[in-house]
Each structure stands twice: as structure tokens, then as C-alpha cells.
Design a protein around this ligand. Structure first.
Ligand SMILES: [Zn+2]
Ligand SMILES: [Zn+2]
Length: 136
């Protein structure tokens, strides 16, 4: 794992770096993630929140996840790139959207969740553990 631990939004107004590699990564097919990723699963890498250094302003939108948890989602107010998600039941953790990482190889998913919400045409890696809904 030698890639740079940096990332940015599409327009470059928001840039960030992370002090340590991700703890985990997963693909999520929940309905909310389908909104964020144009109909596909979203891939998120989980970091410690204290490892984030951020420059630029983010906008945010909080809504209930399919699990019922209120999730705070942060994005670039200029170009709309989804960047981060945070939830009160995991206050030490920060989910970073894989597409915003300069090296998306860092975010190879280890599992797929919310597969029960995926459309019939959804491509789900058969080699990964999967969960129909929210993993416990
Ligand atoms: Zn932007
Ligand atoms: Zn999701």
C-alpha cells in the first residue's frame, strides 16, 4: 500500500490528506448510495477521523440511512463531489468516498453491503462477502 493518502473533489476546491491508510473499505448498495453514485454501489474507505487534514469548504446534508442512523454527508459546494460521511454511532470514524482519493486502489472493497437494495443488473463481486442489509 504505497499510494499517496491524498484526495480532492472534481474541481479541486476541496483537498485533503490522511495520516494513515484506511482501516477497511466496502461497497454499499443502499438506496442512498445509489443516489450518490449515479445508480451504482458507492465505495467507501474508512479512516480515523483524527487522521484527516482538510483544506477548502464543504457543504453537508444529513439524512437517515436505510439503517435508520442519521448520516452527515459532506460534499464540495461548487462541483458536488461526494467526499465524506460520518455517523454518530461511530464518532471516531470517517468514511471517505473512494472516487475522491487520488489513489482509488487504496479503497479495494472487502465486502458488499445492502445487496438486497441493488437492482437486478447490479454487478456484485461474487468473491466478496455480502450482506443483504446493514452488517451488525
Ligand atoms: Zn469541487
Ligand atoms: Zn450506502
Amino acid at each position: 500500500m504505497s499510494g499517496a493518502l491524498t484526495g480532492r473533489c472534481l474541481c479541486g476546491a476541496v483537498r485533503f490528506s490522511l495520516a494513515a491508510p484506511p482501516l477497511a473499505a466496502r461497497a454499499c448498495w443502499c438506496r442512498t448510495c445509489q443516489y450518490l453514485s449515479s445508480g451504482n454501489a458507492s465505495v467507501g474507505a474508512i479512516f480515523r477521523r483524527t487522521d484527516l487534514t482538510l483544506t477548502g469548504e464543504t457543504a453537508e446534508f444529513t439524512s437517515a440511512a436505510d439503517s435508520g442512523t442519521p448520516v452527515r454527508r459532506r460534499f464540495c459546494p461548487r462541483c458536488g463531489t461526494p467526499l465524506f460521511a460520518e455517523a454518530p454511532n461511530a464518532p471516531d470514524l470517517l468514511l471517505v468516498r473512494a472516487g475522491a482519493l487520488d489513489d482509488p486502489e487504496l479503497a479495494r472493497p472487502e465486502s458488499t453491503i445492502w445487496t438486497g437494495s441493488a437492482p437486478a443488473w447490479g454487478l456484485i463481486d461474487p468473491g466478496l462477502p455480502r450482506c443483504e442489509g446493514q452488517p451488525s
